[in-house]
Structures are given as C-alpha cells and as structure tokens.
Design a protein around this ligand. Structure first.
Ligand SMILES: Nc1nc(=O)c2ncn([C@@H]3O[C@@H]4COP(=O)(O)O[C@H]5[C@@H](O)[C@H](n6cnc7c(N)ncnc76)O[C@@H]5COP(=O)(O)O[C@@H]3[C@@H]4O)c2[nH]1
Lengths: 183, 183
C-alpha cells in the first residue's frame, strides 16, 4: 500500500515542518509586497488530482492562474543537508469577473511518485490501481492532518476529478469554489 | 510495504533529478573553491543506518567529520513550486593520520519517515519491523539504481550497522573504508 506510506512521508517529512511556519512566512511576505494574501486565505492549498497527473507550472494548466512570487525561503538542516530549502509559491487566481484572489498553491508532490511508479513495470502497480491509490493517499492524509494539532487550520486539501475535463478553467473554478467554502 | 514506496519516491522525486546534474555541480564548486573534491569521489554518498536513527548534523555524530560548504543550488519547477531548491553538502572526513578527504555526504532522508512512523501507533508498524523495512528500503533502492542509466556511477550507498557502537569514529571510518573500496 504505497499510498499509505507516501501520505505519512508527506506529513512527517514536509507538512509537519512547514505548516506551523506558514503563517509567519505569509506575514513576512505581506510586509514587503503589496499583496492581498494576508487578508485572504492563509492556508496552504494542496491539489490532489485523481488521475495523479501533475503539472510543474500551474499557469500552464489554466490561464486564469498566474504566478505571483515565492514566499520567503525556510532553511532547515535535514539529514546532513545544511540549510535545505523549503518554499511555497503564491498565485493569483482570477474569477469570471476578473477579480484576483491570491493564495499559496501547490500539487501534492508524492502523486508524482504514484504516477511514475504506475508506469514502471518493476515498481509493482499499474494504471488501474493508481486511482485507488490516490484515494487512499487522500483519505490517509486527511486522517493524519485532522489529528495533528500543529497543522490544524493551516491547510486545505482539494481532491480534483479531472476526467473528461473540457472546461479550460476547471482548475481555477475548483480552487475558488473551495476558497469560498472556507469563509 | 512502506519501505518499497519510500525507495521509489527517493528515486523518482530526488535521485533521478539530482544525480545526472551532480558532476556539473561538483565542477562548478571546484572552479570557485580550493577543494580536493574534484580529484576525490564525485559521487553522492548516501548513508543508510540500519536503526533508521538519523542525525541532522553529521559533524555532531563524529568529530572527524566537518562541514565544508554546500554545492551550488539547483532550482527546478516541481508540482507548482517555482524554483524548488535541491542542494547537497560537502564534508571533510579525517582519517587516523589527520588527512582530510572531501565528499558529498547525506543520510537517506526517507529513513526519517520510517523512524517516525514506527513511533506513531496509528501509522501501522512498530520498532521490531523497522529494521526489516530499512533492509527492504536498501535492497529496493539498490535494484532501482543499478537499473538506472542516468544514475549509474553517480552514487554510493553505505549500509551502517550502528548497533552497540562504542567507537566515536565509527561513522568516519565506515565512510573512508567505502571511499577507498571504490578506487
Ligand atoms: N512540495 C514539496 N516541497 C518540498 O520542499 C518538499 N520536501 C519534501 N517534500 C515531500 O514530502 C515528503 C517527505 O519528504 P522527504 O524529505 O522525507 O523525502 C524526499 C527526500 O528523501 C528526497 N528529496 C526530495 N527533495 C530533496 C531535497 N531538496 N534535498 C534532499 N532530499 C530531497 O526525495 C524524497 C521524495 O521527495 P518528493 O517527491 O519531493 O516529496 C516529498 C515526500 O513526499 C516536499 N514537497
């Protein structure tokens, strides 16, 4: 059950380190930039597409998503790497009325591993199992985070059903719908 | 089988990205520093302690290991994070004759996940299984890397049996023994 281990790894090796520092990073960012981020969502928005198809540049997925800037770097000594850098990217997401909503946005990186493993025959599972593994990843991560005091209120998981998606603005709409839900 | 997925994640999300660039990073590093690294081992040395007990600062493990500097940063767009930073640390490892050997050194970070999971009851495995999982991680990683053309010759895995270790210079000696083996 690869997805179970990847969800734990994502929490232990990343979210547990960065989510408690996120609020301070956003405050520091807003102090030096004209940004609406501070008044908007101060959570890390984590995108989880069911097909595990992850792009490296969000603005290429949907032209209503524009890259703004990066939050300040966090440097942490990890396993012998001195000052390993942890950072997040801030995006402007436009609605149908051309109003911009700034937010901290990224895909759940471990899905790249699920996707690549499903294409390597020696890795042990194929495309049919991949969707199941993504769901298991999502549910395991949800459970872990709900029970984590240090992470609570600092994240939002968005499960994306991207099958047969004709709408070129599917992603920005899904993000905005989720952003509004939490207000 | 958590270790299987973590070995694949380590390869897909890290080694496959950084090992092909390592030689160039070392060349750039030696161009600007007086370093013996270029003449020595140009491989990433990855430490895998059987007890998954990983320190974040190698110089605190053994006083014959000193931090030198970091290789230049590699910035890669990954899953929505713009310019995510990948870097490695260079250490001087001294032998009994006080001669320094420079090398690029780090622990296998996924072992931190194995260690933490074995301490969280909800994660599904405990301390007795942990050693088995480390061995599975090592063997899986070894298989994947041996079959990877892009990674070949750019790494060295060192499995460390740290049980009942009285020698304060166990780690530096293990590293030097392995460095000499490959020459
Ligand atoms: N978005 C994002 N930004 C980050 O900075 C980051 N750092 C880790 N992660 C994800 O969290 C989880 C735990 O990370 P860990 O360090 O234990 O394993 C990592 C680690 O062993 C190694 N690795 C990745 N990036 C680096 C790096 N920069 N330096 C050293 N090792 C690295 O390869 C594994 C897989 O990495 P990713 O597949 O990118 O996803 C990781 C993983 O799912 C990140 N995710």
């Amino acid at each position: 059950n690869v997805a179970h281990g990847l969800a734990w790894s994502f929490y232990i090796g990343y979210l547990r380190l960065v989510l408690p520092r996120l609020d301070d990073s956003i405050t520091a960012f807003c102090a030096t930039k004209t940004s609406s981020l501070g008044r908007g969502s101060r959570k890390l928005i984590i995108l989880i597409p069911l097909n595990a198809n992850i792009s490296h540049k969000l603005n290429e997925e949907d032209d209503r998503i524009l890259f703004c800037d990066n939050l300040p770097n966090n440097e942490i000594d990890r396993a012998g790497v001195r000052g390993r850098v942890y950072k997040h990217s801030v995006y402007s997401v436009f609605d149908e009325h051309k109003k911009a909503h700034e937010c901290v946005l990224e895909y759940a990186t471990p899905l790249l591993t699920l996707h690549s493993m499903s294409q390597e025959s020696s890795a042990g599972f194929g495309e049919p199992e991949r969707r199941q593994q993504v769901l298991l990843f999502f549910r395991t991560l949800q459970d872990i985070l709900e029970n984590s005091l240090e992470c609570r209120n600092h994240y939002k998981l968005i499960l994306l059903n991207v099958e047969h998606e004709e709408d070129p603005h599917f992603l920005s709409k899904a993000i905005l719908r989720n952003l509004q839900q939490q207000e």
